[in-house]
Design a protein around this ligand. Structure first.
Ligand code: TXA
Ligand code: MG
Length: 360
């Protein structure tokens, strides 16, 4: 690893001046292609300037947000966005979220009406994404918005993300920093495992706080909940003074140009089969538990408990990491105990249902 770091630094003297990488690798274990890039991992402290330079050079930078790690590219650079799709192995009809540093920057790309402004003021920075009409001449590349007339915008709260966005000064598109279809990363090591050799830089800010992606609200004539996420629906409805409508069931079909195309049926997929709402465990299954109770058959099983106290915030933070850990043991199936639907439970159940969609 030492020689790898030395040669990466030699190649990137300009980019990472004064920064000590903690990890560096060439190649990649990921399927489909080997992009053969040197991926450097650096600590979040002092990362803003090198990260901004890398983005300005058209590079791909993974960085922590409060929800999950994002894989960032310059939103205005179609070539960088194309590289990002390639690195993720992501279907290109899937539009991306433009991350900006403040409301002023958000208004350079999207139109806000009274309602969206209320939401922005109440919840930004934070785990909320607003889908809004683009302004005329919106600089976000058409590739990033999949040619839609709307753009998804978010101001993340994580200090490392904010520092990078501030230093870069332009919108950054950032899907979750995983190979398309894998579970979203909540640590820098998850990112490294998926994307080493396929991206330029990983900014390590430790484990994230929220653990599920942002809640996405479509600000149309009716306000739509496009994706439940890290901000509970109830909080949004309180500020809006009205209920959020859910998107129609078929809007996420893979062959449509859907409202929230990222809601592909099996978007959060461990390799193991996933069985939900279990009250007994079958032979060989691993158990993803929740709350103080246990289920018959778990005595000899691998068990991870999302939150023994039954705390949904703790459960959300643990969800993707525990799914990865259980999947790594290669059980025939991961059995999941029932999780209540209130608060963050809506987002947790949504991700689990996607993980449980049968795959060929
Ligand atoms: O928490 C998050 O939101 C994370 C962090 C990194 O910020 N990002 C994230 O991005 O989850 P991604 O690409 O995995 O999910 C983006 C979602 C997709 O479901 C996509 O379809 C939806 O946003 N989206 C983006 N633009 C849209 C648009 N114009 N209309 C409707 N949905 C849109
Ligand atoms: Mg994702």
């Amino acid at each position: 690893m030492g020689a790898g770091i030395a040669s990466a630094l030699a190649n990137r003297k300009k980019l990472y001046k004064g920064v000590n990488p903690s990890k560096c690798v060439t190649g990649g274990a990921a399927p489909a292609m080997k992009l053969g890039l040197k991926t450097v991992m650096i600590p979040a402290d002092g990362a803003a300037e090198p990260a901004a330079r890398c983005l300005a050079d058209g590079g791909l930078v993974a960085f922590p947000t409060e929800t999950v790690y994002g894989l960032g590219a310059d939103a205005t650079n179609a070539r960088a966005v194309a590289r990002l799709y390639e690195a993720k192995g992501r279907p290109s009809f899937n539009p991306l979220i433009a991350h900006v540093s403040d409301l002023h920057a958000a208004r350079q790309i999207a139109h806000f009406d009274d309602k969206s402004l209320r939401l922005a003021e109440a919840f930004w920075p934070g785990p909320l994404t607003l889908v809004l009409p683009k302004i005329a001449g919106c600089p976000v590349s058409d590739l990033a918005t999949a040619g839609l007339e709307t753009v998804a915008v978010r101001i993340p709260a994580h200090p490392a993300a904010r520092a990078i966005l501030h230093a870069f000064g332009k919108p950054v598109v950032a899907p979750s920093a995983n190979i398309s279809g894998h579970v979203s990363p909540t640590t820098a090591d998850h990112v490294f495992g998926d994307l080493a050799g396929r991206i330029d830089l990983i900014v390590d800010g430790g484990p994230v706080a929220v653990g599920v992606e942002s809640t996405i609200v479509g600000c149309f004539n009716t306000s739509l909940l496009l994706r439940p996420g890290g901000l509970p629906r109830e909080d949004i409805e309180r500020v809006l003074g009205e209920k959020l409508a859910r998107i129609p069931e078929d809007a996420g079909a893979a062959d449509a140009q859907p409202l929230a195309p990222g809601m592909l049926a099996s978007h959060y997929a461990p390799r193991a089969r996933v069985r939900l709402n279990v009250d007994t465990l079958e032979a060989g299954e691993a158990l993803l538990a929740f709350g103080p109770d246990t289920v018959p058959g778990s005595e000899r099983a691998i068990v991870m408990n999302l939150s023994e106290a039954g705390d949904l915030v703790e459960a959300a933070a643990n969800l993707f990491g525990y799914l990865r850990d259980l999947d790594a043991k290669a059980p025939p199936a991961i059995a999941v105990m029932a999780i209540p639907y209130e608060g963050l439970g809506e987002a947790i159940n949504d991700r689990l249902q996607r993980a449980a969609v049968p795959r060929s």
